[in-house]
Design a protein around this ligand. Structure first.
Ligand code: DGL
Length: 266
């Protein structure tokens, strides 16, 4: 029988964005075997209803359970605001890590007193995000910017074309005009646009995302339960609900490695 600590960890996003979190997890926890499900067939979550996203998350959680996963990471801000509470209720003893925009560290870091948040419409409209602002952003001004269209560019593997540049510039400019010196990337897809973003903002702009913090939180939860693996990690396994061929094609660009991708049918 497999030791509980040797079981894999399920990592999930609406698409390729969660690969930015997967990389942080693999870096911090190299002994862990990882499963990755991308629900690319239903992208973008940012424009979907919370009820729809909750149902997708429920199906993916069920799949990870069938695979014997010892924990699940919702590597998606939009899925977290919609579904993490329900999943925790359904699986009270299963370690579940969600993500949220890094409002607390950004509020501590800003010197101009103005913080910008780039995220999906779903995240920015959620009660969970409003509560986060109430809790941590009382002493700073926060300018929020939904970014429809960006996720689709990244899913297509477009990280630098004139079209994505123009789209991103249109989203960032109001934040710059508003005096932001700290930018929160509140969607796991956006770290892949960091090189492009850096060309648009002053060199001293702080750009904060939460991939590394999520990996540390996962390490903490597993450690508390004696579930950290001491063995050798198996190869990461990938599934997508859209075209495995397309996912395989863009994996080397976003994951720096080729891998086989299977169909996720639920
Ligand atoms: N990657 C997801 C997030 O962190 C959202 C992408 C989407 O809109 O599907 O919010």
């Amino acid at each position: 029988m497999t030791e509980p600590a040797a079981a894999p960890i399920g990592v999930f996003d609406s698409g390729v964005g969660g690969l930015s979190v997967l990389a942080e997890i693999q870096h911090l926890l190299p002994n862990e075997s990882l499963l990755y499900v991308a629900d690319c067939g239903h992208i973008p979550y940012g424009e979907k209803s919370p009820a729809f996203i909750r149902e997708r998350c429920r199906l993916v959680a069920e799949f990870f359970r069938e695979q014997g996963a010892k924990a699940m990471v919702l590597a998606c801000n939009t899925a977290t605001v919609a579904a993490v509470a329900d999943l925790r209720e359904q699986y009270p003893h299963w370690p579940l890590v969600g993500m949220e925009p890094a409002v607390k560290p950004a509020a501590a870091a800003t010197r101009s007193g103005v913080v910008g948040v780039l995220a999906t419409t779903g995240t920015l409209q959620s009660a969970k995000f409003a509560a986060l602002l109430d809790r941590f952003a009382n002493d700073v001004q926060v300018i929020t910017q939904p970014c429809p269209g960006l996720v689709e560019c990244i899913e297509a593997g477009d990280l630098s074309s004139p079209a994505v540049r123009e789209l991103l510039q249109g989203y960032v400019q109001p934040l710059l005009d508003g005096g932001c010196d700290t930018l929160i990337l509140g969607c796991t897809h956006y770290p892949f646009l960091k090189p492009l973003l850096k060309q648009m903002v002053p060199a001293n702009m702080a750009i904060i995302d939460t991939g590394a913090a999520v990996a540390r939180q996962l390490q903490r939860l597993l450690g508390e339960r004696d579930l950290l693996s001491a063995g050798v990690a198996r190869d990461t396994q990938f599934w997508t609900s859209a075209s495995p061929e397309h996912f395989e094609k863009i994996l080397p660009m976003l994951w720096k490695k080729s891998d086989t991708v299977r169909s996720f049918i639920k």
